[in-house]
Design a protein around this ligand. Structure first.
Ligand SMILES: NC(=O)c1ccc[n+]([C@@H]2O[C@H](COP(=O)([O-])OP(=O)(O)OC[C@H]3O[C@@H](n4cnc5c(N)ncnc54)[C@H](OP(=O)(O)O)[C@@H]3O)[C@@H](O)[C@H]2O)c1
Length: 294
């Protein structure tokens, strides 16, 4: 059974590559833009027709939230139009589709965790294009699972944790936003959930329950809390973290002040347990420390 993973050099794609040997029932086809540009509909069609995948996991995306405000067309091309190409490819081959979406679909005006059915009102170009991608999937009748996640980090690529470690080593103090609240999510945990769903579904197709699901690690944090935890767990960084307001750190894209996700649906549907964010952060930081000491 073949699984095509797109965007496989990104954080989530690399995290799936890292655990692939734990799922020997599958043959993985890891692709990034060089192997399969998902914006090229003809290439996608040809690739899918040749490989006849059991499932496609779309880890490819335009994820530069601030840059997207200026690169609207490119963000739309990757987060919306290319998703239509993948959906069409899945329709033609009967492949199951797992797509990743974001907490930035929400406006952040709630103060209790967001459910899958809560109203979406993205505040940024990135959020709008990700919503367009979701809508395109839901318009079709292919078997698809959309997993909305938040604040993704890993030992791969560029991400908040790696930026914090670098800045913490360079500076004496940092001002970090303390009035935006969400949940950090370790890409390695999400990778396991995706693969566990596919593993269950390969044995019993009824276990592939289509729909939208929310997934993040357990718990709640502000960016300030997240940064404090990174320095505390990593150790050896002598940098003071000062809480600041969003208003004193203006960014091109608006972000939700509150984007904690309610994860009940994914937990009950697929019988999964979700690690607490600080525990997963420890796992990632020990990998980063190991890499730094090599
Ligand atoms: N990062 C977060 O904090 C976060 C939060 C919530 C949800 N998400 C969602 O989670 C998913 C995974 O995010 P991530 O952090 O793993 O993303 P990422 O690290 O930015 O990886 C995305 C990958 O897709 C590749 N890509 C871009 N255009 C492509 C194309 N036309 N064809 C094929 N591949 C292409 C990128 O290549 P280049 O690097 O060369 O562009 C990159 O390797 C995304 O759907 C994202 O929207 C992320």
């Amino acid at each position: 059974m073949k699984i095509i993973v797109t965007g496989s050099k990104g954080q989530l794609g690399s995290s799936i590559q890292e655990i692939a040997t734990e799922y020997p029932d599958f043959t993985f086809i890891f692709t990034d833009i060089e192997e399969l540009d998902i914006c090229d509909s003809m290439e996608v069609d040809k690739f899918f027709a040749r490989e006849k995948p059991f499932a496609v996991v779309n880890c490819a995306a335009y994820t530069a939230v601030d840059k997207a405000e200026k690169e609207k067309d490119l963000a739309k091309k990757i987060n919306h139009e290319a998703v239509v190409n993948l959906v069409n490819g899945c329709k033609k081959t009967g492949a199951k589709f797992i797509h990743i979406s974001t907490d930035y679909l929400f406006d952040g005006n709630k103060s209790t965790p967001y459910h899958e059915k809560d109203i979406v009102r993205p505040q940024s170009v990135y959020g709008i294009t990700k919503l367009e991608g979701e809508t395109a999937i839901l318009r079709t009748e292919i078997k698809s699972i959309i997993i909305r996640t938040s604040w993704l980090y890993s030992a791969f690529g560029n991400n908040y944790v790696k930026t914090m470690i670098r800045l913490g080593q360079e500076r004496d103090q940092l001002g970090i936003v303390s009035d935006q609240v969400g949940t950090p999510t370790y890409a390695g945990d999400l990778a396991h959930v995706i693969m566990d769903i596919l593993q269950m579904s390969s044995k019993d197709s009824k276990r592939f329950v289509p729909g939208i699901y929310h997934y993040s690690n357990e718990g709640v944090a502000s960016w300030y809390d997240f940064s404090k935890a990174i320095f505390e767990i990593y150790q050896g960084i002598n940098c003071r973290v000062n809480p600041i307001d969003t208003a004193s750190y203006p960014t091109p894209a608006s972000r939700p002040a509150y984007s904690v996700l309610n994860k009940s649906k994914i937990k009950t549907t697929f019988a999964i347990e979700i690690p607490y964010w600080r525990d997963s952060l420890k796992v990632c930081l020990s990998k980063l420390k190991e890499n730094a000491n090599k």
